[in-house]
Design a protein around this ligand. Structure first.
Ligand SMILES: O=P(O)(O)OC[C@H]1O[C@H](OP(=O)(O)OP(=O)(O)O)[C@H](O)[C@@H]1O
Ligand code: HPA
Length: 183
């Protein structure tokens, strides 16, 4: 939990997010139009808002599942140790799978989860991240679909937290510490 005072400056509006999700859904529908039933896997906790909006835009037969992984705890820096707290309920062997992530930063979380899921033998395994912060990448991994590329700012909202707060904001904002402000 941070005890430093901060404010949140809007970076991406709810309207822009909705418009981008429509575009991404069209791309995904094209790529998976021949699939029997796409398994859409939300990476908890941060993706819960994004996956809800994304699946409702997808005109495809889908099944929804979740996996929970975390590496940040309440900190602003990745521990680089990704822990899986909750595994999938269903089997993905031989299935087409799309992993839904809110943000890729260092890349450790998504890289680890993709390797973990690949070992379960899916037919096709792709990933989507709403936000990509390429300046901070520490592992060589790029999601198949990206909503927005963002600069190196700590962001919150639309499912994304700072010390478990602000997930309920309908837009993406950046955290600005007010004790950094010039007097
Ligand atoms: O690319 P990385 O540097 O690994 O960072 C991205 C991950 O960090 C956040 O998760 P967090 O560990 O905070 O868990 P949460 O989803 O439960 O908030 C976010 O939701 C991503 O999963
Ligand atoms: O910018 C971020 N905000 C919140 N959680 C995160 N996890 C990785 N990057 C971020």
């Amino acid at each position: 939990m941070s005890h430093r005072p901060y404010v949140i400056d809007q970076m991406i509006s709810a309207k822009s997010i909705a418009a981008r999700i429509e575009e991404l859904s069209t791309e995904i529908e094209k790529d998976f139009r021949d699939t029997d039933k796409l398994v859409v896997v939300g990476l908890l906790r941060g993706s819960f808002v994004f996956i809800a909006d994304l699946v409702r835009e997808l005109d495809l037969p889908v099944e929804v599942d979740f996996i929970e992984a975390s590496s940040y705890g309440d900190a602003m820096e990745s521990s680089r140790e990704v822990r899986i707290f909750k595994d999938l309920r269903g089997r993905i062997e031989g299935r087409d799978v799309l992993v839904v992530e809110d943000i890729i930063d260092t890349g450790h979380t998504l890289h680890h989860v993709m390797a973990y899921l690949e070992a379960k033998g899916p037919a096709r395994l792709k990933s989507i991240a709403l936000l990509d912060k390429p300046a901070r990448r520490e592992v060589d991994y790029k999601p198949d679909y990206i909503g927005f590329e963002i600069p190196d700012e700590f962001v919150v909202g639309y499912g994304i937290d700072f010390a478990q707060r602000n997930r309920n904001l309908p837009y993406i904002g950046k955290v600005r510490f007010t004790d950094d402000d010039p007097a």
